[in-house]
Write a protein that binds this ligand. Structure first.
Ligand SMILES: [Zn+2]
Length: 254
């Protein structure tokens, strides 16, 4: 069905940049139209009717008109703004990171309902004060599911054998997960995943987020799981997220 000349959609801002003297171009994620780019004309003028509401970390209702290059934002209302999320720099930086992952994962104008719901839920959790690292890991795992790149954490990716608890294994993101010791695999891959970190990866796949929030975890295990997933996500999206540099910097100083 062709998109009508004027339409209204729920949306969350993923990224934005200023254009010309007063305009701004936004990348939006919407439930049924997927990712789209839109221009907000004159938004940086103090008199703009759009100013102030077309912000990230909020669920918006946006009215748009079809345009040649970008669709044009004609009206915005804020359904819900996750304002508490901005109270900490780490949760704000994490929110930008999650938005970038969504942006990288989506093609324009392809329905994105599950990913929209995932980002929406992650922002609610950050807003409720959940540890940003846990929200980010939970989001990464479910994003990989949506991309059809669920990490294999039970079987060997080469021989498909279920790994025994006492068996040695390697974590090989380019192959999609665990490799048993009998399978050769690539030469230079480091082993680098303890049983505790593997268990935590499984927990992120299987438990709901409330149960994950309640887990008592050693910081070293959380760091290891983060590094393992970061490798995996970098491979799945074919490069490192730009916003990670900022997130790392924020965490180093707090
Ligand atoms: Zn194997």
């Amino acid at each position: 069905m062709p998109i009508p000349r004027r339409y209204t959609t729920e949306a969350i801002v993923l990224s934005r940049f200023d254009l010309g003297e007063a305009d701004r171009v936004l990348t939006l994620i919407t439930p049924t139209l997927g990712k789209l780019k839109a221009i907000a004309k004159g938004i940086r003028r103090p008199t703009s009717r759009l100013g102030g509401s077309l912000e990230p970390f909020a669920e918006l209702t946006v009215a748009l008109a079809r345009g040649r290059t970008f669709d044009v934002v004609t009206q915005v209302s804020v359904g819900h703004a996750w304002l508490n999320l901005r109270d900490s720099l780490e949760s704000t930086a994490t929110a930008w990171y999650l938005a970038e992952l969504a942006d990288r994962s989506l093609e324009e104008r392809h329905a994105a309902e599950p990913l929209y719901a995932l980002l929406h839920r992650a922002y609610e959790l950050l807003d409720a004060g959940m540890a940003p690292g846990r929200v980010a890991r939970w989001y990464e795992i479910h994003l990989l599911d949506e991309l059809g790149q669920r990490p294999e954490v039970d079987r060997c990716v080469e021989c498909d054998r279920v790994l025994e608890a006492n068996e040695r294994y390697r974590w090989v993101p380019p192959l999609g997960g665990l490799l048993c010791e009998r399978c050769p695999g690539p030469q230079h891959e480091r082993a680098g995943l303890t049983l505790e970190a593997l268990k935590l990866l499984k927990a992120y796949q299987r438990l709901d987020i409330e149960a994950i929030a309640a887990l008592r975890l050693a910081p070293a295990v959380e760091r290891e799981t983060e590094a393992a997933l970061r490798d995996f996500v970098r491979g799945a999206l074919e490069r490192e997220a730009r916003s990670l540099a900022f997130l790392d910097e924020v965490r180093a100083t707090t």
